[in-house]
Design a protein around this ligand. Structure first.
Ligand code: DX5
Ligand code: ZN
Length: 215
């Protein structure tokens, strides 16, 4: 199990310290939530902040775009060379084209599904992505209540990936903590994103390890 702390819940006044602390505590990816104020009712980081972040860490960046104008945002973040850029299927009419565009720029494409969006909506494009991010909350804010409907979706996605013999990571995001991590892993998740659970804890190493535990 891989863990991606979501910087949305970090102390922004001490961002460098926070990034170093989670990196030393075992973060596998740094999850960065980019919000446009339209697709979701919130605003967060822009490329100038992420550029500074990428300069101080070796941990690969996992950029989660919550934006309506997907190509415009992709073009803003491609120069920063994150490992993954994920965009929402609900916001894009030509997702396969954008996945190929990202691959041509050396970035792993990932597609994101809101809680209500069926797995079937990506059935015909699973071979084009390197990761699927399943939202276990409605995106826009940290610290929201976990939606258990995610377990069935993870299982359905896992069987689709296996059926197509595709190499695709399953990432889950929203309301994840030490109590639901084992069930998420059992359902088939590979990467857990966690914001408030990690950053509100006193000991990042313990909280990250509790998400990685093999059960
Ligand atoms: C929500 C974001 C999440 C958020 C998760 O829109 O996509 O990445 O930071 O925060 P927690 O873990 O607190 O639910
Ligand atoms: Zn996110």
């Amino acid at each position: 199990m891989y863990v991606a702390p979501s910087l949305l819940s970090a102390n922004f006044l001490k961002l460098e310290e926070e990034i170093k602390a989670v990196s030393e505590a075992g973060a596998d990816l740094l999850h960065i939530d980019v919000m446009d104020g339209h697709f979701v009712p919130n605003l967060t980081f822009g490329p100038c902040v992420i550029e500074k972040i990428s300069a101080i860490t070796q941990v690969p960046l996992d950029v989660h775009l919550m934006a309506n104008d997907v190509i415009k945002f992709i073009d803003l973040f491609i120069p920063l060379k994150p490992k993954f850029i994920s965009f929402h299927i609900e916001a894009e009419n030509h997702p396969i084209r954008l996945c190929e565009y990202l691959k041509n720029h050396g970035i792993h494409p990932a597609i994101v599904l809101n809680p209500h969006t069926p797995i079937d909506s990506i059935k015909h494009m699973i071979e084009f992505v390197d990761m699927v991010l399943l939202m276990s909350v409605n995106p826009g804010f940290g610290g929201q209540k976990f939606l258990p409907l995610i377990y069935d979706k993870i299982k359905e996605l896992r069987s689709l990936i296996d059926k197509k013999n595709a190499k695709v990571f399953i990432e889950v995001d929203g309301g994840i903590n030490g109590l639901n991590a084992s069930d998420l892993e059992a359902a088939g998740a590979d990467i857990l994103v966690a914001g408030s659970y990690i950053f509100s804890s006193n000991d990042y190493k313990t909280s990250i390890s509790s998400l990685k535990l093999k059960f």
